[in-house]
Design a binder for this molecule. Structure first.
Ligand code: ADP
Ligand code: MG
Length: 633
């Protein structure tokens, strides 16, 4: 979420340049807010505005980044690392990683911690974060030579659905090369920022449709009075430009086989050349009805010379394009809006330059997509604006992202008490007071959970810690403040402090008693987050009822303890009949609580409450009788 106190931006001369970097799966870009106070893309050494996210290690120990790495991919496939962003912050066992194993020409292996890492042909091990670092370093060098100054700070973008460990790993990319990543922000939010910080724009609901090289992301944001709120995100982590290239490549291979009888699909060298020609053909078809694909000497003295029309291509890729439709529909549903409520559709990602995609988007949303932002540049430009905000160059803009799941702790009876609800703007700090549940309790275990369900057992546990040395006392007397803090990068800190006011003679007087943990890895995959949200929606009503019932059970338990205390104090003076009646109530109610907690019988809360009230009445009458007896004596 982005909050802006006034719709206009005020600029002042900058002191420290902060780069805005779109570290893309396929291509990366770097931008900066210049002295003219406008964000601008910085070109690389080849005069290009984007740099392929490819790193290669050559036989003569050179490290190549960007276009030079891409150019030699055909002859050095095992040492040319592309699309490694798909592996960053992931475990080797992750489904996403397993799926990629056979699609890449390089080796992916697990390290000691089970993280997905890369191995060069000569046996060197390198992490996806380090590959990211080498790309960042190249972009930093380009920027320094363009601006003629040293720069060591950046804002880097990540997909909205990146979890804590993927964000951490992205930050580590910067660390590995000494670049201070001040903030990681979400790609669609950055694109919206590039769009929305132009003062001519009106408030409203915008959709960001991002189709890149390997992934598809759709986000719906609301701009309202300077507040940019991400309403919903969706997508497909395996859908992008590569699928279109493979489609054309297979078409070329089939035609060649039909013409010559030669099957080239096992010839790695030929396949790589055809794949490159396919991508080139795809891009040429943006502006031509028909193009010619020429690949000389593909096999012995045989050449490829084929024609491809735009109409043929459109039909061929129709099934791929259709895969974007369902995530868009879901996203609109999740945002709780209708298509007609969307005021602007922003196109992001190289693939959205394809005319057919634009047409499909227009039909789907029922309006022409905006041409206000450049699909290859908007994300980096937005990151640069955020960088300028952090350096103090741009005033009156505060960018706040949101947390994807609620965060809270376990309270008595296995109930999840959220402290920070899902979709809260970060950074955020929340504090709540808790107390002990049992008399004489000297420590509290604090279980930290993330999720949307009522009971902690249905959510994801992300940490556990204990606040000890609480002096013995009646239940409910200690004052324990639990505070949750999520910083702007989505990293979580939880702490518990004993804030009880102790008398001067207490050994605890004036002694600070606090425990805290840093949750560095929530470890939730995209799928898990989505599943948790879906489950929570599906179980909303049942969960609500269960929560109420659990609360009634907890209340009943507390009142049982009070009644037992009364029996302990006054029992000797009560009539045997009264005592027997109270004990019978206690037995029944405790059994009911047990049934509820174990799920054996979810009693009607009204019946439970009635029993508790009756018990209290009988107990009160007995106490009054005792008092009457005592006053007579
Ligand atoms: P990422 O966000 O994954 O880094 P990009 O947004 O840079 O990716 O998109 C890269 C994809 O866009 C590639 O598959 C590339 O072939 C495709 N692409 C780039 N320019 C065009 C174009 N003019 N027409 C069609 N596809 C394009
Ligand atoms: Mg991108």
């Amino acid at each position: 979420m982005l909050r802006r106190s006034t719709p206009t931006l005020l600029f002042k001369r900058f002191k420290h340049t902060v780069l805005g970097i779109d570290l893309g799966t396929t291509n990366s870009a770097v931008a900066v807010v210049g002295t003219d106070n406008q964000p601008q893309i910085l070109e690389n050494d080849e005069g290009k505005r984007t740099t392929p996210s490819i790193v290669a290690f050559t036989k003569d120990d050179k490290v190549l980044v960007g276009l030079p790495a891409k150019r030699q991919a055909v002859v050095n496939p095992e040492n040319t690392f592309f699309a490694t962003k798909r592996l960053i912050g992931r475990k080797f066992e992750d489904q996403e990683v397993q799926r990629d194993l056979n699609n890449v020409s390089y080796k992916i292996i697990p390290n000691n911690q089970g993280d997905a890492t890369l191995r060069t042909f000569s046996g060197e091990i390198i992490s996806p974060s380090e590959i990211g670092g080498l790309i960042l370093q190249q972009l930093q060098k380009n920027a320094e030579s363009q601006l003629d100054e040293k720069i060591d700070k950046a804002v880097v973008t990540v997909p909205a659905y990146f979890n804590d460990s993927q964000r951490q790993a992205t930050k580590n990319s910067g660390k590995s090369i000494g670049l201070d990543i001040l903030r990681v922000i979400n790609e669609p939010t950055a694109a919206a920022l590039a769009y929305g910080c132009d003062k001519s724009r009106k408030d409203g609901i915008i959709a960001v449709f991002d189709l890149g090289g390997g992934t598809f992301d759709i986000s719906i944001l609301e701009i309202d009075n300077g507040v940019f709120e991400v309403r919903a995100t969706n997508g497909n982590t395996h859908l992008g430009g590569e699928d279109f290239d493979i489609m054309i490549m297979n078409h070329i291979l089939q035609n060649f086989k039909n013409e010559t009888g030669i099957d080239l699909s096992d010839d790695r060298f030929a396949v790589q050349r055809i794949r490159e020609a396919a991508e080139k053909a795809k891009i040429e078809l943006d502006h031509a009805d028909e193009i010619e694909i020429n690949i000389p000497f593909i096999s012995g003295d045989k050449h490829i010379k084929q024609k491809l029309t735009e109409a043929e291509f459109d039909i061929m890729v129709q099934p791929i394009i259709e895969k974007t439709i369902e995530p868009v529909r879901k996203c609109v549903r999740d945002a709780e809006i209708k298509f007609k409520d969307i005021d602007e559709v922003l196109l992001v990602g190289g693939m959205t330059r394809m005319p057919k995609i634009r047409k499909v988007v227009e039909q789907l949303f029922g309006k022409e997509p905006s041409t206000a932002v450049n699909p290859d540049e908007a994300v980096a430009l937005g990151a640069a604006i955020q960088g300028a905000v952090l350096s103090g160059q741009v005033k009156n803009v505060v960018l706040l992202d949101v947390t994807p799941l609620s965060l809270g702790i376990e309270t008595y009876g296995g109930i999840f008490s959220p402290l920070i609800p899902r979709n809260s703007a970060v950074p955020i700090k929340k504090e709540q007071m808790f107390s002990t549940a049992v008399d004489g309790q000297t420590g509290v275990e604090i279980g930290v959970y993330q999720g949307e369900r009522t009971l902690v057992k249905d959510n994801k546990k992300i940490g556990q810690f204990k606040l000890a040395n609480i002096p013995q006392g009646p239940k409910g007397s200690p004052q324990i403040a639990v505070s949750f803090e999520i910083d702007a990068d989505g990293i979580i800190n939880v702490s518990a402090t004993d804030k009880t006011k102790y008398p001067k003679d207490s050994p605890n007087y004036g002694k600070p008693n606090t425990v805290s943990i840093q949750v560095t890895e929530a470890g939730l995959t995209d799928g898990e987050v989505e599943k948790m949200i879906q489950e929570s929606a599906a179980n909303k009503k049942a969960d609500e009822e269960k929560r109420k019932l659990y609360e009634h059970a907890s209340r009943a338990e507390i009142l049982c303890t009070d009644t037992e205390n009364a029996l302990f104090q006054f029992g000797k003076l009560m009539e045997d009949e009264e005592k027997a009646e109270i004990n019978a109530f206690l037995k029944t109610i405790k059994e009911m609580i047990d049934d509820i907690r174990t799920g054996k019988n979810l009693h009607d809360p009204n019946t439970l409450n009635q029993k508790v009230n009756d018990m209290q009445n009988v107990c009160m009458t007995a106490i009054r009788n005792v008092a009457a007896k005592q006053s007579k004596q």
